[in-house]
Design a protein around this ligand. Sequence first.
Ligand SMILES: [Zn+2]
Length: 351
Amino acid sequence: MANIVLVIYKAALNALYFSGLYKLLSPATRGEGIIFTLHQINNDRVEDFSPNSILKITPEFLETTIQTVKAEGYDIISLDELYERQKHGNKPGKPYAVFTADDGYKDNRDIALPVLKKYNVPLAIYIVSDYSNHQGELWWFALEDIIKNSSSIQNPYNKGEMLEAVTTEQKYRAFDKIYWPMRKSNQQEQRATIREMAETHDYDIDALSKELVMTWEELRELNKEPLITLAAHTKSHFAIARLSEDEAVEEIQTGMEIMEKELGEKATHFSFPYGSNCAANSRDFELVKQFNFKTAVTTRKAVLYEEHKDHMMALPRVSLNGEYQSGRYIKTFLSGLPFRLKNKWQKLDVE
Ligand SMILES: [Zn+2]
């Protein structure tokens, strides 16, 4: 089902591009600028079974994106400058693009940074304190690995059910059957369930963050790079909207305190884990105000308009992901048009 939605969405994006409609309407719909979301940037071979590959782009595509954005006349700026421009008004005729990356993956430094330096492009990286402590659960990667390495798997949400996982198709089916209930379940239980699965399948879940995520020592070193801003992304990577108010405050605050202790400075920008409508909502946009962040970002898809200056705790972003690795998608995204169409022509989606 997810694939059909993707095919339709891509067809729609292509229609907007090839009809030239994006270009025609862009002056009215492109707004002040755009914030891009990245996760991993690497050339890891995409295997037949790679359900998380949408969270990965190649360094070549990162470079294409930077070139496309520049060619379209955009300034590429930091989050601090975005804050200034939103607060005090943007330069006329000078839209901006901001690059952000979630979770603190090592390849942000090893593979993305050389590309960013070549073009003098700033990057904000959002840190999950558990992952940088090499604790916690990158459960979506663990689930992929466990299914990749198994020929059958027990459905933890229907204990009697054994899911065949021999062919790629069966592996995808097993992943879909477990991923969504896991994402939606109580988050303490979610983490216990993935740990239980890891144990059953003799899979070392703690090795994942060690392998993928930068340590504090590495982050302190990276923080010396003028192009890099390190920002907050909670302690455990729980969907904030699904926590009580007290739990939500504690998740954000503890993550920030650990960051401050390790890096010697307070985070001034924030990213909501998952960031979708079910993971961050109006209660949470209010709630994060107490932390005095300059900006807080979601993964609600849109470009930024002047009106966002009153909603700096609910900024939209557009994912640069494995499914859209082509310059024409970037041009269509910059126009803001696909998001206006999806949001019933509304500029703001902040409830
Ligand atoms: Zn994240």
